[in-house]
Design a protein around this ligand. Sequence first.
Ligand SMILES: Cc1ncc(C[n+]2csc(CCOP(=O)(O)OP(=O)(O)O)c2C)c(N)n1
Ligand SMILES: [Mg+2]
Length: 278
Amino acid sequence: MNVKETKEFAINIRKETIKCIGHLGVGHIGGALSIVDVLAVLYSGVMNIDPADPKKDDRDMLVCSKGHAGPAVYSTLALKGYFPMEMLNTLNQPGTRLPSHCDMNRTPGIDMTTGSLGQGSSSAMGIACANRLKGYNNYTYLILGDGEIEEGQVWEAALFAAAKKLDHVIAFVDYNKCQIDDYVENLCALGDVAAKFEKFGWYAQNVEDGNDVEQIAAAIEKAKAQSGSGKPSVIVLNTVKGKGYSKIEGSLGSHNMPVTDEMVTEALAELDEQLKAL
Ligand SMILES: Cc1ncc(C[n+]2csc(CCOP(=O)(O)OP(=O)(O)O)c2C)c(N)n1
Ligand SMILES: [Mg+2]
């Protein structure tokens, strides 16, 4: 992985995410921006994919279980050439192929429909089982929110994954400390997330800065080295909600907020400064 290019890619994903949500006027900007760096790493050569053949049968697959982060995934896919950049301006408009939440039947490059929190975890395990039955050696990547993992279904899927030795599953927890209307700690404290997955039979890692592409890439490499151990992998990413646009970073209000033209201009200027500083 070329670090500078991946950082550049992440900033460009952020720019497109903010532009398309701004074009619509409102959206889940905080949780979209917090997963941009993991998306940048996955789509910078980690995943075996072909934008010209989005349904390639033995591709690596991504389930963005926190489906409300769709705009970040769409921006990534557009920049990779899955569909024209102009399509981003149709986000959540009538007839769009880019609904606010991920939909595999509408968007090229989206591998699973998500939005009902928790369900993507079970879908990912089903995908991993199916791929193994087909004899493929591909990976299933899963992105979960920290609030999302309070859904019991996530732990049912975690139990199943370990029991079935799904060691080609690599899950990420976007630990941005915030959920819809309060901090995770206040609503239902999670404790040591990695230790909990470990007790469920997973190989677990903590990434201190979950918005650092190098730390993320190193953790994925270690997770991949576990393939064959029988253990699924989880990587807990300590992230910042709204990362990249200082006005909203770490704020609960960024969950689903109005994004004005002025905000877009301000955010893009800030991101351009970040690009220059690379
Ligand atoms: C089953 C279900 N319950 C409630 C919601 C509404 N909802 C959407 S996002 C969200 C908060 C999720 O928090 P977290 O997973 O931390 O998301 P992030 O911080 O990454 O945006 C909730 C409750 C939903 N989409 N699905
Ligand atoms: Mg969260």
